[in-house]
Design a protein around this ligand. Structure first.
Ligand code: SF4
Ligand code: SF4
Length: 441
């Protein structure tokens, strides 16, 4: 079986973002492959530690991936501040042909794949495009580790995530996909405050979740527990309508949001200040094709950090994507900029400043990797849609006895999706439209 088939069989999706099925990314050729180890979201501690714990497995998978894509160069892009991981990699890479370590500065969002591609290769991904449009495939560290497992016929049933913030013992753990968020938070000793809220993912791009219902998926990167009254929780929870109402009153059209926008700095025509102005004063703006710039926003959230009024252009862009998409409005002119902004180098947003501004300095602490077994978990609720594309369809029935690593959800014929497997052996106790429940024997 070739590598692409092994990746598809193992159900691999991007472990660090939206969960794009990796076999689709690997379907063509590329000149470059980048392992994105930037991990630029504050407080996250997964990739930097995986690179130390599994450097040989990751390098073996990277070499196989480079060959499968026909790529002439493989690059591991990591922040220079992760000194231990960098030292470890540089010594390992010196023994391997065609692989380089590229050191990123400590700015946000160095891990936005379009930004990483520009930093490492000085190539600009076109507006609304993908790295493959500049002959590059970008893969997250954990995804590469999963490719190494797929080469040994091991599917994706486990996830590495950081549990941090207002918890007793911040930690990075390996858990089966399908355990509850509350169980995962328990591995960090539980919340350290009585009234708390939970963000899944990083503080900039993560989402507020109902931690009593949420389960770990193949894309869960972190749980950040924060006191209910923390300003980040208030900002995440604010409705779009409320934000827009505030924008009508408070937006002073200073354009600071546009000045820091990483996509604008790459030369893309994305002007969040213009979108905010039009949304404030144009009736029917939701389906106005003039708003299509919103479609090329990465929702990195930096515009909010630049805004002196605390407004959230990213939230408007997220809303517009839904409305424009539903109205069938697509961006047709996805031009490729010839050069980036001449001020880009001076406008990189330091992570240290970001942490401080977000009110997270006291939580910016280590979260050591613990690789203890996953046997303690007895019940999983495994989501059938953990990825971009359509949900997997169940290939087991209630009452079936299944083995660990067995396929339980498959890709519908001819659709974009990913296979789903069970991380424990046991009995199927429930199936509904979006999850399969398994109890350990
Ligand atoms: S979220 Fe804001 S800063 Fe980030 S790409 Fe979108 S408009 Fe630009
Ligand atoms: S930074 Fe804030 S106040 Fe200034 S233009 Fe952007 S949204 Fe308006």
């Amino acid at each position: 079986m070739n590598l692409v088939s092994l990746i598809e069989k193992a159900g691999i999706v991007g472990a660090g973002g939206a969960g794009f099925p990796t076999h689709v990314k690997f379907a063509g050729d590329a000149k470059y492959i980048i392992v994105n180890a930037a991990e630029c979201e504050p407080l996250l501690r997964v990739d930097q530690q995986l690179l130390i714990a599994y450097k040989n497995e990751i390098l073996t998978a990277l070499q196989a991936s480079r060959e499968a894509l026909g790529a002439k160069k493989a690059i591991i892009a990591i922040k220079g501040k992760h000194r231990e991981a960098v030292a470890c990699l540089e010594s390992a890479v010196s023994r391997v042909d065609g692989v380089e370590v590229f050191l990123l500065e400590d700015f946000y969002p160095a891990g936005d794949e379009q930004v990483t591609v520009y930093e490492a290769l000085k190539k600009i991904v076109p507006e609304g495009g993908l790295p493959i449009h500049v002959q590059t495939v970008v893969v997250n560290v954990e995804t590469m580790l999963n490719i190494g497992n797929a080469m040994k016929d091991i599917p994706v049933t486990e996830k590495y995530l950081t549990v941090t913030g207002a918890v007793k013992n911040p930690v990075t753990v390996k858990v089966p996909v399908g355990i509850g968020a509350t169980e995962a938070i328990g591995l960090a000793g539980g919340p350290a405050v009585d009234a708390f809220a939970v963000i899944e993912g990083g503080p900039m791009m993560g989402k507020l979740i109902d931690h009593e219902r949420a389960v770990v998926t193949k894309t869960t990167k972190a749980y950040i527990v924060l006191p209910e009254e923390h300003r980040l929780i208030a900002s995440r929870g604010k409705s779009m309508e409320r934000m827009l109402l505030e924008a009508r009153i408070a937006c002073c059209h200073c354009s600071l949001c546009t000045e820091v926008c990483p996509r604008n700095l790459l030369g893309h025509r994305l002007r969040p200040d213009r979108l905010m102005r039009m949304a404030s004063y144009t009736p029917g703006f939701e389906t106005d094709p003039c708003m299509d710039e919103a479609l090329i926003c990465s929702e990195c959230g930096l515009c909010e950090q630049a805004c002196v009024m605390g407004l959230q252009p990213w939230k408007l862009n997220n809303y517009l994507k839904g409305k424009l998409g539903a109205a069938g409005i697509r961006r047709t002119d996805n031009r490729a900029p010839e050069k980036v902004s001449e001020f880009r180098e001076y406008k990189k947003f330091p992570v240290k400043r970001l942490v401080n501004q977000l009110g997270l300095s006291k939580y910016d602490v280590p979260a050591p990797l613990k690789l203890s077994g996953t046997e303690r978990f007895t019940r999983l609720r495994i989501a059938l849609k953990q990825h971009v594309g359509v949900a997997a369809w169940p290939v087991v029935s209630v009452g079936d006895r299944i083995e660990k690593n067995q396929l339980i959800g498959d890709i519908p014929e001819g659709k974009l999706g990913a296979k789903v497997h069970s991380g424990i052996g046991g009995k199927v106790t429930g199936i509904d439209h979006d999850t399969i429940e398994i109890a350990r024997s």
